[in-house]
Design a protein around this ligand. Structure first.
Ligand SMILES: [Zn+2]
Length: 338
């Protein structure tokens, strides 16, 4: 199936939140269910002539449901079949469905539902940015060129093709200017606020941010984002703000990088390494983070705290996107929200 035009009705719209859809019933779907209802009434009529009408009609949606299920279940079965078909159509799109497919592989349906729910409460401008980013229809030069609105698909900073992934995570020029580090540190700061408030007695916190004991007091050659030493065990948490398609790869890369922290440690601790991936549009899985909290005795983050971590990444990504063709501020402030 060809990729959709920007203004085409998209099959993702009726999909449920766990599949990152909008949970909308399309008029065409409603019409099919109504036709099925009429056909069921005729099919089960005591009047033979009414039953003949259904038999002679060649356009009855879900004809197989007429006799095989009780009437009350037929509409549910039809709806399920419609959603399965829309999902198949949607996943057939090479470009627009890329992120949803990757996210479904790396996160659970409750992680995806949480994102959908959180996004519905956010400022409309940011929520629209998130949705367009998810569908890969942001006004990048790549898309604008495709739509006949830009003479070039290139990034003005580094001349690579300017896709969503390029702007939000992969531009070498942006990386050099610290745009992605700014987002990473904004999320890290928020996480550290929680950890500091809920650090158990006797635990020592090291973090790669100003205002904290620096990891260089414990390591030589590596700089983990967060280390908590408690009861003789050093637990590392490495944060990555990655693109939606890279959540599993980012985790694997970090685990490989921190395969042997004891080899870089100045003190003979046993180590445990955990990672947290927060995507550019604010997707995250709390599982490793919960394990980190359970191991270190820090109170686990509540759903509202997790929402704020994702929203911080998303809001920073929005600013990175809006500034893509502008100079980067010398000291950008972190986004503020409740
Ligand atoms: Zn670039």
């Amino acid at each position: 199936m060809a990729d959709l035009l920007l203004n085409a009705a998209a099959p993702f719209m009726p999909l449920p939140p766990k599949w990152l859809g909008l949970d909308l019933v399309l008029p065409s779907m409603l019409s099919e269910v109504c036709q099925l209802g009429t056909a069921l009434t005729l099919h089960h009529s005591s009047d033979r002539r009414m039953r003949e009408i259904v038999k002679s009609c060649d356009r009855v949606p879900f004809r197989e449901l007429l006799s095989e299920v009780p009437r009350a279940k037929a509409a549910d079965e039809a709806r399920r079949a419609q959603l399965a078909s829309k999902r198949l159509d949607w996943h057939g799109l090479k470009i627009q469905a890329t992120l949803q497919k990757s996210l479904a592989d790396s996160l659970t349906s409750s992680d995806l539902k949480a994102w959908t729910s959180n996004t519905s409460f956010i400022t409309p401008t940011i929520a629209n940015f998130a949705r367009k980013g998810l569908l890969r229809c942001l006004p990048t030069n790549s898309n604008l060129h495709l739509w006949g609105k830009s003479p070039s698909s290139s990034c003005p900073q580094c001349h690579s093709v300017e896709t969503e992934k390029h702007v939000l995570n992969n531009c070498s020029g942006s990386a050099e200017q610290g745009r992605y580090t700014w987002r990473h540190n904004a999320v890290l700061k928020l996480l550290l606020e929680h950890i500091k408030q809920h650090l158990p007695d006797g635990a020592e916190l090291l973090a790669d941010l100003p205002g904290h004991t620096h990891p260089s007091t414990l390591y030589s050659g590596i700089v983990p984002d967060i280390t908590i030493v408690k009861d003789g065990l050093a637990t590392i948490l490495e944060l990555t703000c990655c693109y939606e398609t890279n959540m599993l790869a980012s985790r694997a890369r970090k685990l490989e990088k921190y395969r042997n922290p004891a080899g870089y440690s100045l003190l003979p601790y046993p180590f445990k390494v955990l990672t947290l991936e927060v995507s550019s549009l604010g997707f995250l899985s709390p599982r490793s983070l919960n394990e980190f909290c359970n191991t270190t005795g820090v109170t686990p983050l509540q759903p509202n705290d997790l929402r704020r971590l994702g929203e911080m990444a998303l809001r920073c990504s929005f600013f990175i996107f809006c500034s893509r063709h502008k100079p980067w501020p010398i000291q950008p402030s972190d986004p503020f929200f409740h």
